[in-house]
Design a protein. Structure first.
Length: 126
């Protein structure tokens, strides 16, 4: 019974994370186009937006899974990172760097934390 909720929860969390990341990207692209900001000046803002997107996605996956929120959040981050790596490698022919690995580890940690909060917020099984 528990496994039937887990995979859809991870997919929902990943979808929410992608939607938030795309919305922030559109907002930042608009700001970069309309103002004198540079890509370097908004780098940390975009990193923060990525962390926020994955925290919220982990929260949704944990709330939907109702137990093992840390695992649901971690799988949400793994799926999100796999999509980012596929786009980066296949679309732009860029390999992964050590800075990206650290960023992806942070994504996994924050999404797991979001999953824990999501389970506790939803009143899941203990």
């Amino acid at each position: 019974m528990e496994s039937r909720r887990f995979f859809p929860a991870v997919c929902i969390g990943t979808f929410v994370s992608i939607c938030i990341a795309v919305a922030f990207s559109i907002l930042m692209a608009t700001l970069l186009y309309l103002t004198s900001l540079t890509e370097q000046s908004v780098h940390w803002v975009m990193v923060g937006c990525g962390f926020l997107a994955l925290f919220v996605g982990g929260f949704f996956s944990g709330a939907k899974a109702k137990n093992k929120g840390w695992l649901a959040g971690a799988f949400t981050a793994f799926l999100f990172v796999a999509i980012l790596l596929a786009i980066s490698y296949l679309g732009y022919n860029e390999s992964i760097t050590s800075n990206q690995m650290l960023l992806f580890a942070g994504y996994c940690a924050i999404a797991s934390l979001g999953g824990v909060f999501g389970v506790n917020f939803s009143g899941g099984n203990s």
